[in-house]
Design a protein around this ligand. Structure first.
Ligand code: AMP
Ligand code: ZN
Length: 119
């Protein structure tokens, strides 16, 4: 199976393939975005590469433009959601100590209220 075809059992690959319902709010050939199922902020969106990359630790040099695209998509969605003027946070959890639970790379876009820092 190619990386592009996705991982059979991965929850985010299954959302991308339409096997699990989700409200996809952005999609292009490389990146999709959908609301976090358990939002912790008024705006909480996940920005996800179509390619199944388990975590930041598995990124290759060739993936660098993809990560840039994810940030640009997040910025655009923050603008569309109306949270850009007051600010927002982009977070990528990588590995157990960061609390990563879904091992398909994703960026959290969080905003819509004041966010505490740090914990
Ligand atoms: P983490 O791996 O720590 O970045 O967290 C994974 C995030 O994915 C959590 O915030 C979950 O609420 C979210 N999540 C898990 N399953 C789904 C799903 N089916 N649809 C949307 N978000 C999900
Ligand atoms: Zn996946």
């Amino acid at each position: 199976m190619s990386a592009e075809a996705g991982n059979r059992d991965c929850v985010f690959c299954r959302i991308i393939r339409g096997e699990i319902p989700s409200n996809i709010i952005y999609r292009d050939a490389e990146v999709v975005a959908f609301p976090d199922i358990n939002p912790v902020t008024p705006v909480h969106i996940l920005i996800v590469p179509v390619k199944h990359i388990p975590s930041l630790a598995e990124l290759s040099d060739a993936d660098s433009p993809l990560v840039g695209r994810m940030v640009r998509v997040a910025n655009e969605l923050a603008r569309r959601q109306g949270i850009a003027p007051k600010g927002y946070r982009l977070t990528i959890n990588s590995g157990a100590d960061a609390g990563q639970i879904v091992y398909h790379l994703h960026m959290h876009l969080m905003g819509g209220r004041h966010l505490e820092w740090k914990h």
